[in-house]
Structure formats: structure tokens, C-alpha cells
Design a protein around this ligand. Structure first.
Ligand SMILES: [Zn+2]
Length: 295
């Protein structure tokens, strides 16, 4: 498939032009969070703000009050230069398979511990931005088992694996949740909470999905157990492809992801997948959506 040039992610040159050094990064954070003319929380005036030289702060030209553009963001208290953080974000938005901490360590020249923590915070930041809204139209639901050392153990119920439940609107968004089990009482409330009533829901024959009709959905199933994968337009191939990509990437890039952290990796892939048609918007979005600054 040929990608539209304008929708591709930004080039490294464009990145460098925009964020050449720490000062440009700090100014970017100030601009997207406050900006010139921002009403000073202390004197209540529309102020002109001046860059403080000694710290990562701006001062009100009228009363001298300080604003810290990194306060309340993942950059707060970091000793890692902002330009390295921004570059890490660039790598996360331009990679298809995720960025291993080891590669961040090498590329940024930071310790493994720092690299791991940066990657972890970037994933959490992505998860917090990825808005979830009700899915509708044709929605595929499916569950998959990820990770764990398999030693030939396969299929449902394989111990030590993490269960990820997914819902995908055809030609639309995907939503994932790590779940403790695939019981009906676990999965159906998640569907009812996130998929609009009346939607056509496609699933396999897992007994936990029985009852969706009663709950107000147009439920269509394929019988994977009987090697039946597509019946008319009924299939969960969209999700199967998403799982394949997620698992393949974790296997090749991260080797192993523990149960405790898997949901963050799933959210990272979800974030990129949901923006696949507009990849160049990812970096600007990630570098501008922060918690509201405290007054
Ligand atoms: Zn002021």
C-alpha cells in the first residue's frame, strides 16, 4: 500500500530544525502550556514572560512570579536534557515495532536505568492521551495470550501468559485491556462500556461472548475451533493482524515483557495504530498534550 507523503511521520531533519537544543524544547513547552500573554496566577494580569537564565522557568514581567513549563509533566525533575527526551519521543513515533530501552541507552548516551524509565514514562504518556470513545459500526472483539515462557505450551489457558482483550472498529480505532481471565463477567461489561448498543459485534465462538445478543448487540460468530475463520463479512481478522504485530514486535524488539508492564506496551501499539492515517500528527500531539497546569 502506498502511503500518502503528507501523512508520513516527520523526517529527522524536520525534527532537528524544530527542536535543535534544550532551549527550543523549553520554549516549546512554555508556548503550548502557557504562552506570552498568559494570565499570571499571582498578579492576575496578562503578563509578558521572561526566560529565567538560572532555572527552567519564566518570570512574570509585572510581579516576578515564576512559571515552570516542565512542572506536572513527565519532564519534571528530570536531569536528562529535554532535547534527548524529545528525540526519544521522535523515535517512538517513527518506529513501527517500538523502541527497546537498550537502543535508547545507546542512542541517547544515558544509563540503561534512565533509558528504561524514559520509555516507561513515554508509554504512560501515550496511554493517557489515547482517548477512548464508544466503538460502533462493525466491531471485532477477540482475546489473545501474550508472553510468558511457553515451552511448547500453547492455546487458551496457557499459564504465565498475559491475557489481552481487544475491540476494534473496522477501519477505525482499536482498544485493548489486559484482563485477569476471559470469563463472561469480565469481558461483557468491557464490551458494554465501550461498544455502542446495537452495533454488529464479530467474535469467535468463545462461550463468554454468548449473551451479547441479549445485551442489545447484533452478534456474529465464526467457529475457530472448527477452523472456520471467515463467514461472509464475519471475522476477527483486523484484530488478529493487530495481535500478530504486537506479539511479533514484543518478541523481536523487547524479547520479554513482564505481566506487570504488558498493558503499557499494548497501549503504545494501540496509540500508533489509532493514528496510522496521520503519523505526522503524533509528535506534535505528544509534545503538547499535558495535564493542565496548576493555577
Ligand atoms: Zn505576575
Amino acid at each position: 500500500m502506498k502511503k500518502n507523503e503528507a501523512k508520513a511521520s516527520i523526517t529527522f531533519q524536520e525534527f532537528l530544525d524544530k527542536y535543535p537544543h534544550d532551549e527550543a524544547c523549553l520554549e516549546h513547552l512554555f508556548t503550548v502550556r502557557f504562552g506570552q500573554g498568559h494570565v499570571c496566577p499571582k498578579c492576575g494580569q496578562k503578563a509578558k514572560w521572561y526566560r529565567m537564565q538560572a532555572e527552567r522557568a519564566y518570570a512574570c514581567g509585572l510581579c516576578g512570579h515564576h512559571l515552570h513549563p516542565t512542572a506536572g509533566t513527565i519532564f519534571e525533575d528530570t536531569r536528562t536534557p529535554l532535547k534527548l527526551w524529545f528525540y526519544a519521543f521522535y523515535l517512538f513515533t517513527t518506529s513501527r515495532h517500538g523502541v527497546p530501552a537498550m537502543e535508547l541507552m545507546r542512542q541517547l548516551g544515558v544509563t540503561y536505568k534512565t533509558a528504561w524509565r524514559m520509555a516507561d514514562l513515554i508509554r504512560k504518556h501515550m496511554a493517557q492521551i489515547d482517548d477512548e470513545w464508544p466503538l460502533f459500526g462493525d466491531v471485532e472483539v477477540d482475546e489473545t495470550y501474550v508472553g510468558g515462557r511457553t515451552h511448547g505450551v500453547r492455546g487458551r489457558g496457557a499459564a504465565k501468559k498475559t491475557i489481552v482483550f481487544g475491540m476494534m472498529q473496522r477501519n477505525g480505532q482499536v482498544m485493548t485491556k489486559v484482563v485477569p481471565n476471559v470469563a463472561k463477567k469480565t469481558l461483557q461489561p468491557i464490551i458494554e462500556e465501550n461498544v455502542l448498543n446495537g452495533t454488529t459485534v464479530h467474535s469467535d465462538e468463545l462461550v463468554s461472548y454468548k449473551g451479547l445478543k441479549k445485551a442489545g448487540y447484533n452478534h456474529k460468530t465464526v467457529n475457530h475451533g472448527a477452523k472456520e475463520y471467515v463467514v461472509g463479512d464475519t471475522h476477527v481478522n483486523g484484530l488478529e493482524n493487530f495481535w500478530k504485530h504486537l506479539k511479533g514486535s514484543i518478541r523481536s524488539t523487547h524479547i520479554h515483557v513482564s505481566k506487570k508492564h504488558l498493558h503499557k506496551y499494548a497501549k503504545e501499539f494501540e496509540y500508533r495504530f489509532n493514528r496510522r492515517e496521520n503519523a505526522s500528527a503524533m509528535l506534535p500531539e505528544l509534545l503538547s498534550q499535558f495535564p493542565k497546569p496548576q493555577p
